[in-house]
Structures are given as structure tokens and as C-alpha cells.
Ligand binder design. Sequence first.
Ligand SMILES: NC(=O)CC[C@H](N)C(=O)O
Length: 304
Amino acid sequence: MTSGLQEALQQIAADMADQGDRGAVADYIPQLSGIDPNLFAIAVATADGSLHYAGDSHTLFSLQSITKMFTLAIALGRSGDQLWTRVGREPSGNAFNSIVQLEQENGRPRNPFVNAGAIVITDEILAGRAPKDALAEILRFMRAAAESENIHINGSVAASEQAHGHRNFSLAHFLASCGNLKNPAELTLGTYFHQCAIEMNVQQLALAGRFLIGTGTGPRLVALPRVRRLNALMLTCGHYDGSGDFAFRVGLPAKSGVGGGILAIVPGVASIAVWSPGLDHNGNSKLGTLALEQLARAMDWSVF
Ligand SMILES: NC(=O)CC[C@H](N)C(=O)O
């Protein structure tokens, strides 16, 4: 199922270099606004243990909301199914940072991938500890997943988001007003901003996603029944209000971030990381989505 993969990746990287409309780099986090929109990288870690890549595959980028996939896995490991009393499992049909639904639904976020839901997940992991201890656990999990110690938090990206994080502060305080925040909002958000500022390159991210392939490739971090559920949530909620269109075009469970990265899983076959900093109107990587659409078609990969 992976023959022709390297050629397909080279072809896609060449096609993406020729694309004129590359989307808009996120500028609400000032530190991200200066990133060159011409960068592009893709990597695939296969179930049989190989790693293929093309483009700027050594360049680090900000994982942002892709980290929500890893924190969800950690929080479920710590708290089990009782986590679902605090957060739902339905697509939101709203922007990732929307607050309107949170009031209508009494402070229980729709899913763990919209910002409000991810803040609750980070709050669950924090659990009364110092933020540095929770962040150490998150980094430990991600380093174990990627089998690389060379994964770090970009402190200036975290500080930049913190300084401009009024929307996330409002979400966290609203959660607190509904009794759905266990730690002081400043501590939970400090942890959340630093978690979002973790950086990887696509090779590291593709390797870090192997535990979601479901074949026992790479380190065994999560049992298969939970892997299936994580993939279900990525398929239905991983691209916010663009999740339906992403499923239609690409047909794979995936999680995006406003740094322009996407982690996509071909269950039983491969983990794919793609990065192009320009975003579409939903805050998902424009060329990253196009590249995944092309790769899925070239390799005949789909969950449907
Ligand atoms: N979609 C994203 O990647 C959003 C993550 C970003 N840190 C935020 O909270 O706004």
C-alpha cells in the first residue's frame, strides 16, 4: 500500500511550489505572522516502519492546535471516560475560538478540539500541579511518541499568544463562571499557550502520529479501542467548521493547527504530517489540505 509513495511526495511538493494562492498566515499571534508562506513540507511514517518526506521537512513549525490531539490522549489516560462530563464529542459548526455556543450549552464545550474544549482538557491535565509539571508531562508524551528528545516549546510564541490572548481568556473565564475550570484561569491558560507553542518538523510529527495508526507501529502509548475513538473525533471535529469539507475532500481523520500544520492518519497504514503556513477561512492550512487531497488520491487512501 505504500509503493510509489516517495514519488508521490516529490510530485506534490513540486506542485505546491507552483501554487499562487497560498492562503493567509495567522496574524492574531504576532510571532507567527512573519513566517514565509512559501514554505511547504510533507512526511509520511508508514505502519511498516519507513519514513518518507519532501520539501522543507527539517524546518520547525508551531504545532498549535495539533497539540490538542496529544493532550486529549493524555487526559483520557489520566481521567478515563469521566472526562466526557466536562466536554462533548460533537462537531461545533462554529469557529475554533467561538464563544457563543459555550453560553448556550452552559459551559460544556462541544468537543475537545475547539479552543474552549482544549482549555478544559489542559485544565484536566494540570490538576492542581504547577504548569511546568503539566507541560513536562505533555512534552514527555510527545517526545516518546516521536522517539525524539529534541522537541521543545518556543517561549516567544507562547508569550506572544499570551499577550494577545483576550479571546482565550474570555473563554477560560466563562468556563470558570460555569464551574468547568478546576484551576485558576491564568494557570490553565499559561499551560495551554505553552502547549500550543511546541514545535516540530514534519518528520517528527509524522513519527509522533504513529500511535494513531492502530497497528502497534512505534511506541505503544494508547490502546487500540481508544485509538479508534481519537480518530473518530479527528474526523468529525479536527478541522472545526471545515471538518465536513475536509472529510469530503481528503477522507482521513486529521487535526489541523493555525501554524499551518496538519496531522492525518490512514488507519492501519500510515501517519502523515504536512505543513504550509497559509490558512483558509476556517484557520486550516490551505495547501496542506490540497496536498493531502492529492496524496490520498494518488495512494488510494481513504477511511470510506
Ligand atoms: N486553531 C488553532 O491552532 C488555535 C490554537 C491557538 N493557540 C489558539 O488558542 O487560538
